[in-house]
Design a protein around this ligand. Sequence first.
Ligand SMILES: [Zn+2]
Length: 174
Amino acid sequence: MFIMDALGYPRAGDDPAGNNSDYLAAEEGAYNKRVEAAWLKKQLGDLFEKNRECADLLGGKDRASLLLSKMRLQDVTEPGWKMPAGLTDRQRAAVNRVRINWKWAAVTFTFDLKSGQWDKTPFNVYVGQAFLEAPLPAQLTVAIHELLHVALNTGKESDIPSNEEIGRICGTAQ
Ligand SMILES: [Zn+2]
């Protein structure tokens, strides 16, 4: 499976309107994408470290950091990005909704049939244009939402705490 742990669109200058000059964009494009994914994960890790209630949403600090360590961010807007093999029709449809920007993010993961829990193998979180252009507090809420799908082993939105609740507990965007 092609796994690219990359998050595009570094916004070093806090410029969501996208006024970065071309040379900057090219320079950033060359080396920053991996850094950005790592950076976002670091922000999440710091958050779970200092906010116990937030980590508890995911089953506690240890569980939260395990989830984080297995999360692979995939920027579906990256030229040449390919749909991973082995996804179900439903999963492919969800990823495609991110690609055409109907959704900010999607997640696919595998779970153990016996325990009915995530099997602790790496999983992909797919992010698209809206996510990549969003400010950090919104990215954090969306990322936690996707992690919750895995933590709770559910594809149902109604099983996931609302963004308002995530934002209130974690101090991220609501
Ligand atoms: Zn969801």
